[in-house]
Design a protein around this ligand. Structure first.
Ligand SMILES: Cc1ncc(C[n+]2csc(CCOP(=O)(O)OP(=O)(O)O)c2C)c(N)n1
Ligand SMILES: [Mg+2]
Length: 905
């Protein structure tokens, strides 16, 4: 048995290494050759598919005896494209190298300069390792936006931004002052943003990428959204743009990076190319010191069905690999771990000779003809333009699956002592004069000794071969990148009266979620914008009643529907279609918001405005994917986010992890996000109609968050003249009865406005209080407006003061003010400083519980009785009623004064 296993291991080794096989029995070449001829015979007679099946079967057998082949989806640690299949490099290598060197220098100088007088930071080593990856792409592949081509979409690795600026400088798109002001955006004349931020540089950057993991997942869903637009006939491209995402190997630890990659193969996204800069390091140290990040990623991407191209070794290694008949070189390459490879990049060639090659005498002999210096300079694949070119070309031509290129590089390449390959490389922001001189020498930068300490920028003249070459290449590829161009036409959005049915109200009970579903279906039928609407759902359509749309507009699937759905006989069957309009994402809030962002930026990315409505469990909104909400602001996304099943007590049975009472607060933190908490169908209609106008006619770069509730109640008709108040955040919905002794105001929002309305009745009937009920649709907007006025008044102290909306609305009101909300108290408290006499707030601070709405509302003290008590207490505080009356009310209304306070600390 032992012998058998031994043999099998031999066979396995040969099988993997092919002609470079190694065998302890010494006749590996013979075995390999025999296998090879059998393989060729089978292939010829049986064809590739049957051969593959046979091989799979054999591998199964091998696994059974050898337990674990240990390879999974891996191929040997060598380049995927062998030299004989490598496409020749068509460019001028010398000129391209010089251009790249100048960019390297300027990218480094930008950071060093900024940090010589400030502490604004910046990164040198990321771009230093990635320069070849970018330059080959810029000179040969990345296509700009032209009359007939929308332009490739490129996600630049955030920390490589200095290199992208430095190229734009050589292209004459950025000037010296801008480079000088890298990371000093508030300096006179402006500066360059630290990372790709379309919000800060709206004509330059298209995609924010620096929060690790978000760039990759956005690119994936953007690639899919490009297909969606084509399938629905909203764009017709002669050539389809490619999406290129450049990312870091450390970044692959983010679940967002790898978590959705199966989508790429499932939907045949061959428009997508990821380039992973495998410099083997992240911020603190090696990504996989004890392993191999490239092999790990290869296994994952292959398993997920991607086309994987490894670019590990530069051209210098081709000769060594060809000459090594023993197979020991590949074996040694496999044995060494990333921590070793990092060490080889830092130490002199003698170290690599001693520790890498000399492990096997055959290998030592193999490099006998090389000096230590030559060994040290043996290029890694990601620094070799020829290897990168061949990989990109293969990726461009690959059909049916997305491609990932795993390019091995050295972090801080070229920085030498200042950080090349060192663990501190990522943080290096300064270089001393000696290091600058070395850098200059290594990359032959024409900067003289007397100015080198100032790290001057260098740009070759307009007639230099470099500038000419660079311009010629970009011209051939359709223009400069990155560039963000907004050319979208305004949309023919429905006017408010299109939604007139909501103004009449309804006696039959409905929730705001139902009102939204009705509104969405009306919008989908609207001639002007119906086709532009993109409903997005993470597997909750049935919860919200949106499944009614399945049949009508279909769920997008590039494969259509290959099966008969189980419910095909029902009216509303599960209907997938090639031109389906709904994006049913399955259980992925990250994926869903990535789709929202792709759709919500389509006006800028493709000049085709789309209107995403992303409806989801509100608890799994910003709390779960807040970073993408933030990014949606940065990227200037438009559209509507609908946090359904909102309210800590309105969503009653689901308990602690579902009941949301704080999304509105999260939403309030995003500067371009309008956060609304509507109570009635007509409010929804007014807000959405105005949102459509502002975003898609006026062109404002804003987006909307609306809470939706699942409690049914009669939807009232719209009172006259309240539209403006709805939009600004507060209006009087139902005045209290006349002729009462005392006056109060209760602000309600969402479905909990019903507590306010019932309290209004109790207060009038039992306590002689006339309480006006107001609908507070947006505390955020009221606060922002009030802050803006207050600040203006402070800075213009001698001019007539401005009055905020909230102050104007409440100026003439008498009595006390109470707010009741199904959210934490901080939500209404946002306006407290501007409420005359202060605001008494009731809310749902604390963890949710599973129970009935009535019991939950009593528990959190936001039911009608608690609202009455709070109103009376506010009056008592002002001395308008006796405190004993409050005590009496607590007793009369059956509230337990000793119950717990749900907010723990
Ligand atoms: C979500 C997130 N977490 C942490 C960081 C901080 N950070 C910036 S760069 C970096 C290391 C990046 O390593 P890698 O992806 O390998 O990129 P490299 O610079 O090596 O190309 C870290 C942790 C970040 N930008 N985003
Ligand atoms: Mg890295």
């Amino acid at each position: 048995m032992t012998g058998k296993v031994g043999n099998t291991v031999n066979i396995q080794t040969k099988d993997i290494y092919g002609s470079r096989s190694v065998s302890s029995s010494g006749n590996g070449d013979k075995w390999s050759e025999s296998l090879q001829s059998v393989f060729e015979l089978v292939l010829e007679s049986q064809g590739p598919e049957r051969t593959a099946r046979l091989l799979e079967k054999l591998t199964e057998k091998l696994r059974a005896v050898a337990q674990e082949t240990g390879r999974g989806f891996n191929t040997p640690y060598v380049n995927t494209i062998p030299p004989e299949q490598q496409a020749p490099f068509p460019g001028n290598r010398d000129i391209e190298r010089r251009i790249k060197s100048y960019i390297r220098w300027n990218a480094m100088a930008m950071v060093v300069k900024a940090n010589s007088t400030t502490n604004v930071g910046g990164h040198i080593s990321t771009y230093a390792s990635a320069a070849t990856l970018y330059e080959v792409a810029f000179n040969h592949f990345l296509r700009g936006h032209t009359e007939v081509f929308p332009g490739d979409l490129v996600y630049f690795q955030g920390h490589a931004a200095p290199g992208i600026y430095a190229r734009a400088f050589l292209e004459g798109r950025l000037d010296e002052r801008q480079l000088q002001n890298f990371r000093q955006e508030l300096a006179e004349g402006g500066g360059l943003s630290s990372y790709p931020h379309p919000y800060l540089m709206p004509e330059f950057w298209q995609f924010p990428t620096v929060s690790m993991g978000l760039g990759p997942i956005l690119s994936l869903y953007q690639a899919r959204f490009n297909r969606y637009l084509q399938a629905r006939g909203l764009v017709t491209w002669k050539d389809e743009p490619k999406l290129w995402a450049f990312l870091g190997d450390g970044e692959c630890d983010e679940p967002e990076t790898l978590g959705a990659i199966t989508l790429g193969a499932r939907e045949n996204l061959d428009n997508l190319i990821w380039v992973i800069n495998c410099n083997l390091q992240r911020l603190d140290g090696p990504v996989r010191g004890n392993g191999k990040i490239i092999q790990e990623l290869e296994g994952l991407f292959r398993g997920a069905g991607w086309n994987v191209i490894k670019v590990i070794w530069g051209t210098d290694w081709d000769d060594l690999l060809a000459r090594d008949k023993s197979g020991l070189l590949v074996k040694r390459m496999e044995e060494a771990v990333d921590g070793d490879y990092q060490k080889y990049s830092v130490e002199p060639g003698s170290y690599t000779r001693k520790h890498f090659f000399s492990k096997y005498p055959e290998l030592l002999e193999l490099v006998n003809h090389l000096t230590d210096d030559q060994i040290h300079k043996l290029l890694r694949g990601g620094h070799d333009a020829r290897k990168m070119y061949a990989a990109y070309k293969a990726a461009m031509e690959h059909k049916g699956r997305p491609t990932v290129i795993l390019a091995k590089t050295v972090k801080g390449y070229g920085l030498g002592e200042a950080g090349e390959g060192k663990n501190i490389s990522h943080q290096q922001k300064k270089m001393n004069e000696k290091e600058l001189r070395e850098f200059r020498e290594r990359f032959k930068i024409p900067v003289s000794d007397d100015v080198i300490a100032e790290t001057p920028f260098f740009r070759p003249g307009p007639d230099s071969p470099e500038t000419k070459y660079l311009f010629e290449r970009r011209k051939a590829l359709g223009g400069f990148l990155p560039a963000r161009k907004v050319t979208a036409p305004p949309l023919d959005v429905p006017k408010l009266d299109y939604f007139a049915e909501f103004f009449k109200g309804s006696t039959s009970e409905a929730s705001t979620t139902m009102a939204f579903v009705r509104l969405a279906s009306m919008l989908l039928r609207h001639k002007g914008v119906g086709r532009q609407v993109v409903p997005i759902i993470p597997d909750e359509a049935r919860t919200f009643g949106l499944d009614a749309l399945f049949k009508d507009i279909g769920i997008y699937s590039p494969k259509g529907q290959l099966y008969e759905p189980v419910d095909s006989k029902s009216l509303l069957y599960y209907h997938e279609a090639k031109d389906g309009q709904i994006l049913e994402e399955g259980i992925t809030e990250v994926g869903s918001i990535a789709s929202f962002i792709a759709a919500g930026t389509s006006y800028a990315t493709h000049g085709v405005p789309m209107i995403p409505f992303y409806i989801y469990y509100s608890m799994f909104g910003p709390q779960r994917v807040g970073d993408l909400f933030w990014l949606a602001g940065d990227i200037r996304a438009k559209g509507f986010l609908l946090g359904a099943t909102a309210g800590r007590t309105t969503l009653n049975g689901e308990g602690l992890q579902h009941q949301d009472g704080h999304s509105l607060l999260h939403a309030s933190t995003v500067p371009t996000l309008l956060a609304y908490d509507p109570a009635f169908g007509y409010e929804l209609a007014v807000i959405i109609a105005d949102g459509l106008r502002r975003m898609f006619v006026e062109g404002e770069d804003i987006f909307y968050y609306l809470s939706l509730y699942n409690e049914n109640y009669a939807m009232p008709p719209m009172p006259a003249g309240v539209e403006d108040g709805i939009l600004k955040g507060l209006y009087k919905f139902k005045p209290g009865s006349d002729g009462k002794k005392l006056k109060a105001h209760i602000f309600g929002s969402g479905s909990i406005i019903n507590s306010a309305l019932k309290a209004q009745e109790i207060l009038a009937e039992r306590y002689d209080v006339s309480a006006d009920v107001w609908s507070a649709t947006s505390y955020k907007l009221l606060r922002t407006d009030a802050l803006r006025c207050k600040r203006w008044n402070m800075l213009h102290p001698t001019q007539p003061p401005k009055k905020s909306n909230i102050e104007t609305l409440l100026a003439k009101e008498q009595g006390v003010f109470v707010a009741v909300s199904d959210n934490i108290r901080t939500v209404p408290d946002q306006i407290a400083p501007w409420v005359p006499g202060g605001l008494m707030t009731l809310g749902t601070d604390g963890f949710g519980r599973s129970d009935t709405r009535a019991r939950l509302r009593r528990f959190f003290e936001i039911d009608a009785e608690s609202t009455v008590i709070a109103t009376l207490y506010a009056l008592a505080e002002k001395g308008q009623v006796e405190r004993s009356l409050v005590e009496k009310a607590i007793k009369d209304l059956g509230v337990n004064p000793e119950k717990i306070f749900p907010q723990i600390v």
